[in-house]
Design a protein around this ligand. Structure first.
Ligand code: SF4
Ligand code: MSK
Length: 627
């Protein structure tokens, strides 16, 4: 129970202990004590004169003279660059798939022509008289060009409120090209270049914006174009979605270009028949991590679990294939798979694991690869060793909200507008809104911080939007059911949920879909009545259990967009007081957003509520109706 609040995970952890299997939690304990220099940001190994570490009086600077501020800022900036690279490379692959679809090649087709035209318009591409293929080609080429663009500004940054766009220009942090900003961080943080921690962080902000309003936004938008824009739907979550009598395929990772075709291939009549011939009742696809969120949002495919459940899912002995692509895939799965019949299959040329079967995916051969993976799972069904152990726990959820659908929803079918949301905030029925996102971390009781934070926020009439592993944690706890509003939400939020039929916690998708939250914020400003900029809005963000470099990039683009953002554990920068002060205090002056670090999720929620209240006061809004 110290390790997880999730019953299914607790049961599997018991099994792991009995079977003497190691998990991420055990390996985390083995690392104790973790290196203090690393965790405080005071270790530098960017050149071969090092590694250098800063010890107050004994060695206050590295061999080259770099001090604690420089070293901590360089390390952090490199985390932003890595996170932005990961999201953006994902976006690049989706743009490539759209280009294929436009040319009639590959197995993808444009599923949302309306969104395609919307994106085209935002890129300034003329759409009148052009057919879908022509528009898709122009959009894909334009999006691909964003990665290599050297000068000018990323077009999608113009989706932000005018005042924000002007501020970015004034500060010189409007991203020029996606790859360029990543490369520039790598250059600036190499030996003997940028040593001014403020200047390094400024480039960090710029690079993060290239992720949020660039690479991630491209990924989200073009996935909607190719695979369909999600709309609210019902589904189920947790390890109990695995089915003993079915062939179970787990898709794990991030990019829906492959998981989409695996979902389609699982319906292939020939493979279905093969499954029945093998004695299975059918083929069951379930997801882990963000690719799970992608196929949940669009198809209602069940989610087996979040980041810390990847090993536990395999330990059920019910997974016939675990297919992985990129990001958040623990290499430990490879050793673990040796103890079970599960076939672990890597698919991305960018992400192989020694000793693991590799079925290489390419967008050009998507369905062929999808079918091959499903076939391997079906053929592995009768290789199970004994009866699987599948925890019973599963929970219903409503997911599939987007910047477009969620508040069209609030506006009612015939009034697609953010007006009712803004009005609800202005008249005090809703206090504000919060985005709670991010990973799990073995140092924090699994799912606990996500759930407790969300509960505290909704209790106080703060509407919560969520993505990534946070959304999965909330879903398992039942917070994504509309009826939970009556048990846990404040009276104002209850009224909204009842009128519109939505849950008090809205699932907006995967990690790249944090760009949907940026669009929600922009749309709220555009609707009017809540200020002129994102930093005026009574909103806040949080990542209570973050662990990935991607979360660092996300945190930075929220702050750079004007959002107060609370992290469950601090960045590895505690060794630099100046940098800590910059990020948690001074940045607000510059960009209107700042970070706070608070490990207690209820206290963190209180900080967010205090911030929301301060913004309400500044806007001279009424006292919350049900304070
Ligand atoms: Fe040491 Fe400076 Fe080299 Fe870093 S860049 S490893 S601080 S000498
Ligand atoms: S999957 S980045 S553990 S949210 Fe996006 Fe979850 Fe964090 Fe990976």
């Amino acid at each position: 129970m110290e390790r997880s609040v999730d019953r299914a995970s607790q049961e599997m952890l018991d099994r792991a202990k009995q079977a003497e299997r190691q998990t991420v939690w055990d390996r985390f304990e083995q690392q104790d004590p973790q290196c203090k220099f690393g965790s405080e940001g005071l270790c530098c190994r960017v050149c071969h004169m090092g590694p250098c570490r800063i010890i107050d009086k004994k060695s206050p600077a590295g061999v080259c003279g770099a001090d604690a501020d420089t070293i901590a800022a360089r390390n952090l900036a490199r985390m932003i660059a890595a996170g932005a690279a990961a999201h953006s490379d994902h976006g690049r692959d989706v743009a490539h798939a759209l280009l294929l679809a436009a040319g009639g090649g590959g197995d993808y087709k444009v599923q949302d022509p309306l969104k395609l035209r919307q994106v085209a318009r935002d890129y300034g591409i003329a759409v009148d008289g052009a057919d879908d293929a022509q528009v898709a080609k122009a959009v894909a080429e334009r999006a691909l060009a964003d990665f290599g663009q050297q000068e000018g500004e990323l077009a999608l940054t113009e989706r932000a409120p005018a005042r924000r766009v002007a501020l970015w220009r004034k500060l010189g942090i409007t991203p020029r090209g996606i790859d360029r900003e990543v490369v520039e961080i790598m250059h600036r943080t190499t030996m003997g270049v940028d040593t001014d921690y403020r200047n390094i962080i400024r480039q960090g902000l710029r690079c993060s914006l290239a992720d949020g309003w660039g690479g991630s936004m491209i990924a989200t938008d073009l996935q909607d174009v190719l695979f369909g824009t999600p709309s609210p739907l019902r589904a189920q979550v947790n390890l109990g979605v695995l089915d003993q009598e079915m062939v179970n395929i787990i898709v794990h990772g991030h990019e829906p270009t492959l998981s989409e075709v695996v979902v389609a291939a699982a319906h292939d009549p020939e493979l279905q028949k093969l499954a029945r011939d093998k004695g299975a009742k059918g083929i069951n696809v379930a997801g882990i991590c963000c690719t799970a969120n992608e196929i949940l949002m669009r198809h209602g495919v069940p989610i087996a679990g979040n980041f810390l459940q990847q090993e536990l899912a395999m330990m059920t002995g019910a997974v016939d294939v675990m297919m992985v692509d990129v990001q958040c895939v623990m290499p430990a799965l490879s050793d673990l798979a040796r103890h079970y019949h599960t076939k672990l299959v890597t698919t991305s040329p960018k992400a192989k694991i020694p000793g693991v079967e590799h079925v290489e995916f390419s967008e050009e051969r998507a369905m062929e690869v999808g079918k091959e993976i499903v076939r391997r799972a079906v053929e592995n069904f009768d290789q199970r060793e004994g009866a699987p152990f599948i925890p019973k726990e599963k929970m219903d959820l409503v997911g599939g909200f987007t910047a477009e659908s969620v508040f069209n929803f609030l506006g009612g079918t015939y009034r697609s507008t953010y007006r009712p949301l803004n009005d609800a905030i202005m008249d005090g029925r809703l206090r504000g809104a919060a985005g709670v996102v991010g990973c799990n971390h073995p140092a924090i009781t699994h799912d606990w911080a996500h759930i407790e934070m969300a509960k505290e926020l909704i209790k106080n009439d703060v509407l919560v939007v969520t993505t990534g592993c946070s959304a999965i944690a909330d879903a398992k706890a039942g917070l994504l059911r509309p009826e939970v509003a009556f048990e846990l939400a404040g009276k104002g939020l209850q009224e909204i949920c009842e009128t519109v039929g939505i849950p008090p916690v809205l699932h907006l998708g995967s990690c790249v879909d944090n760009s949907r939250i940026l669009m929600v914020l922009s749309n709220m400003v555009a609707e009017g009545g809540l200020g002129e900029d994102i930093s005026d809005l009574p909103v806040a963000g949080a990542a209570p259990e973050w662990m990935s470099e991607k979360a660092v990039a996300i945190g930075f683009y929220f702050v750079a967009s004007g959002v107060y953002t609370v992290l469950g554990s601090g960045f590895p920068i505690a060794g630099s007081q100046n940098l800590t002060k910059l990020l948690t205090e001074e940045l607000e002056e510059e960009v209107g957003g700042r970070f706070a670090f608070e490990g207690d999720p209820v206290k963190a929620a209180q900080l967010m509520i205090e911030h929301i209240e301060a913004k309400r006061k500044a806007l001279k809004l009424r006292e919350p109706m049900y304070a």
